[in-house]
Design a protein around this ligand. Structure first.
Ligand code: SF4
Length: 350
């Protein structure tokens, strides 16, 4: 174990990236960075981390902001329930801890919105507590070096990894050990192109010795991806535009997009347009209508195909649905929107 940690931390000291959340023991900063990095890569995450600290320098600032402000700051990262949880957890920290985070793993894990991974990261990086962090990088590294043959999404696989991670963590330096193993997985023992020839573990790595590196880690479940088609109506009145706030369930809840129709099979756009115009007592000849290119957006469980039908009209909608909101065009940029709507508004067709 000592040898493993010594090699790992030795590698880390030479190869580590200098990142701002590694130069702090402030639990709020560490928590923000971990939540953001669960959602995106380090290069993109860095700008979000700096933006969040600028907009919400303390946990009090984050807790005191509105959900719309947090979602707007999070815009582009996707998986918006993380942003809502972030906001809610900040409110709990302020309400129950006067803005102070619990000072150990057991206290952190009790906070709604903080799971085992994040609690271990804060406990070890902020307080140097001996708690192993287990993310995808750590799972890959340990399963390759120690040849864990169980599927890592099975109960046996999870137990095997968690037991091994507990055994391997360096009790003298848990913070550096955790940073090192995550960084090693992110930069060296990568999913597709691990650098085995220059690896400090190549003489002891099970997967390398057996020429089975690409077999690890094992997985059993394949995520079923469903298709979803969305036809958006970008209703463009002379100074106003119509948007809607997404409901409390489903994808993008709490964000804003345009009125639209969702379906699980490819729709007939012409028919949808005709019905929409009829519902609003609009005549085709009184509008300037264009349709965007299709936009494809891929989430873990969904493949979303979106089209935007741009309708320029001088009339006010006669029959808006109850969740539609009429706003000045100049205010549109203040609303948090899903990434694909952001791309459409930026004219960046995919
Ligand atoms: S030898 Fe290859 S597979 Fe094994 S730990 Fe090193 S980089 Fe990863």
């Amino acid at each position: 174990m000592k040898d493993f940690s010594r090699k790992l931390i030795g590698w880390y000291e030479t190869h580590r990236r200098d990142l701002p959340w590694r130069q702090t023991t402030n639990p709020y900063h560490i928590w923000l960075s971990e939540v953001i990095l669960q959602q995106t890569r380090v290069d993109q995450g860095l700008s979000y981390y700096l933006k969040f600290l600028k907009l919400f320098p303390t946990v009090h600032d984050l807790a005191g902001s509105s959900e719309d402000q947090v979602l707007k700051a999070w815009q582009g990262l996707g998986y918006y329930s993380r942003a809502r949880n972030l906001h809610h957890t900040a409110q709990l920290v302020v309400e129950h801890g006067q803005g102070l985070f619990p000072m150990n793993y057991d206290g952190l894990i009790k906070l709604k919105g903080i799971g085992p991974y994040t609690a271990a990261a804060i406990a070890s990086f902020a307080y140097n507590e001996k708690k192993p962090v287990i993310d995808g990088n750590v799972v890959r590294v340990l399963s390759r070096i120690y040849g864990i043959e169980h599927a890592i999404d099975s109960k046996e696989g999870k137990n095997a990894i968690s037991q091994l991670a507990e055994e391997m963590i360096d009790p003298r330096n848990p913070a550096s050990y955790n940073q090192a193993i995550m960084e090693f997985g992110a930069l060296h023992c990568t999913p597709r192109l691990p650098q085995c020839d220059s690896c400090p573990f190549h003489s002891s790595c099970f997967a390398f010795a057996k020429k089975r590196v690409s077999d690890f880690p094992f997985k059993k479940k394949k995520t079923r991806v469903k298709n979803l088609w969305i036809t958006y109506f970008h209703i463009d009145e002379p100074r106003y535009v119509w948007i809607r706030k997404r409901g409390l369930d489903g994808i993008w809840k709490g964000l804003y997009d345009f009125p639209g129709i969702e379906s699980e099979s490819e729709p007939d756009l012409g028919l949808q347009l005709t019905e929409f115009l009829k519902s609003q007592a609009l005549k085709k000849r009184d509008c300037v209508i264009s349709s965007s290119e299709p936009y494809l957006h891929i989430l873990t469980h969904r493949r979303i195909h979106a089209r935007f039908i741009h309708i320029k009209t001088k009339s006010k909608m006669s029959n808006p649905l109850s969740d539609w909101i009429r706003i000045a065009k100049t205010n549109l940029s203040q609303y948090g929107v899903p990434r694909l709507v952001e791309k459409y508004l930026a004219g960046d067709s995919r």
